[in-house]
Design a binder for this molecule. Structure first.
Ligand code: BEZ
Ligand code: FE
Length: 276
């Protein structure tokens, strides 16, 4: 393995991983190395550009902590998250579509009864959210666990407030016997994804805006059904067609309806895909 050149170095690396015992790992790495080398040849990568790429990834890692996941953000703005969601969540027509998970989910959200206020002090206009969880035949799914999280009226999630040690705008509920659920919260607003790190630099350098259309996050788990990770997006939002992370599906867009006596209501019905 001497005197490798720009043609032969790729084969040399691939030969070295030929005995990788884990077949999937070998397959993924073979493709990754082949594409990485192909990319470098394609753009005629300079040494300065390689160094800039390494510095960018280093800064991305250094920006991460227990409340900030800059690598998820990077994957999201590159469309890699949505591509992976699309490839891995093909479902029969009628099932609720999946979308990106995002970096603002946290473990340990509080449990609430139906009808409770999950805002827990989050700023915003009041909103009542109702819906059902059903199977493809329209049968109610009782006892499904719904996890909800959302930004407040300023466009921030609770985890983005450094000094806040309670959960706001997030919670766990269970669907009732008839598959229904309801909770109070605040109206979702459009917000920019965090731009004070390397991902923000990338967006600015490529002339992109950081905005996401207003949405509620849901993760719904029920026995014998595939876990659904999705959003409900607010109809009429100006960013529906330019979501910074490519997450919008038309079937996930719904109306937040203003009520005569103030506040809003949102109704959305979820349909889960059975396992297997
Ligand atoms: C979110 O909706 O919480 C989100 C998703 C992707 C990137 C940033 C935020
Ligand atoms: Fe979000």
């Amino acid at each position: 393995m001497r005197n490798l050149n720009e043609q032969t170095v790729t084969r040399a690396v691939l030969d070295l991983i030929a005995d990788t015992p884990n077949h999937r790992l070998k397959y993924v790495f073979t493709s990754l190395i082949t594409h990485l080398h192909g990319f470098a040849r394609d753009v005629k990568l300079t040494e300065e550009e390689l160094q800039a790429g390494i510095s960018f990834l280093t800064a991305t890692g250094q920006k991460c902590n227990d409340k900030r996941q800059e690598f998820i953000l990077l994957s999201d703005v590159l469309g890699l998250s949505m591509l992976t969601v699309a490839m891995n969540n093909k479902k029969p027509e009628g099932c609720t579509e999946s979308t990106v998970f995002g970096p603002f989910h946290v473990e340990g959200a509080p449990e609430y009864e139906n009808g409770a206020d999950i805002a827990n002090g989050a700023a915003g206009e009041p909103c009542m959210v109702r819906g059902t969880v059903r199977d493809l035949d329209g049968n109610p799914i009782a006892g499904a666990q719904l996890e909800v999280w959302q930004a407040d009226a300023t466009g921030n999630y609770d985890v983005q407030y450094p000094d806040l040690d309670t959960h706001r705008g997030r919670g766990l509920l269970r669907s009732k016997q008839d598959g229904s659920f309801e909770f109070r919260t605040v109206v979702a607003v459009a917000y920019p994804i965090p731009v004070d790190g390397p991902v923000g630099d990338l967006l600015r350098a490529t002339g992109r805006h950081p905005w996401r259309p207003a949405h509620l996050h849901f993760m719904i788990k029920a026995k014998n059904y595939q876990t659904l990770v999705t959003h409900v997006f607010r109809n009429g939002d100006q960013y529906l067609d330019s979501d910074a992370v490519f997450g919008v599906r038309q079937t996930l867009v719904a109306d937040w309806i203003r009520q005569p006596d103030g506040g809003y209501t949102l109704t959305y019905d979820f349909v889960l895909n059975p396992v297997g």
